[in-house]
Design a protein around this ligand. Structure first.
Ligand SMILES: [Zn+2]
Ligand SMILES: [Zn+2]
Length: 134
């Protein structure tokens, strides 16, 4: 087992997660574009119990969009940290952008490719593609 650590941009929130992730996926949905400021989120999926917030619990804010699963960010700096319904769901997403441990596992799937933007180029990386989610 590998323990990966993560931190938000301002350093208020620190967490760790037991690896390896069950899978790594990139989500291209419109919500993930809004929260990421880019083409979407890239996440490792882990059992929610494998994610431990070490510091900054009080800085965490969770937003529940009308459609899709809750997304959690740091209220101080806006860094997107968790998704997939954390902390209430059985499995949650950990944004790879928040990790500070070395990590080189590439996304094995692109989900919500129906929402790829006109300004976005889907990489030809051999990863499986799903219109919504598998
Ligand atoms: Zn922060
Ligand atoms: Zn998404």
């Amino acid at each position: 087992m590998t323990v990966l650590t993560g931190v938000c941009l301002c350093g208020a929130v620190r967490f760790e997660v037991d690896g390896p992730f069950e899978r790594v996926s990139q989500c291209h949905c419109t919500s993930c574009k809004k929260i990421s400021g880019g083409t979407g989120t890239v996440s490792g999926i882990a059992p929610t119990g494998a994610i431990r917030v070490l510091a900054g619990d009080e800085a965490l804010r969770t937003f529940q969009p009308d459609e899709g699963l809750a997304k959690t960010f740091c209220a101080e700096c806006g860094s997107n940290l968790f998704g997939g319904g954390w902390p209430e769901s059985s499995h949650s997403s950990v944004r790879l952008s928040a990790l500070d441990s070395p990590f080189d596992q590439k996304p094995e799937m692109h989900i919500f490719v129906r929402s790829v933007a006109a300004w976005e180029t889907l990489p030809d990386d051999g990863a499986q593609r799903f219109d919504v989610r598998p």
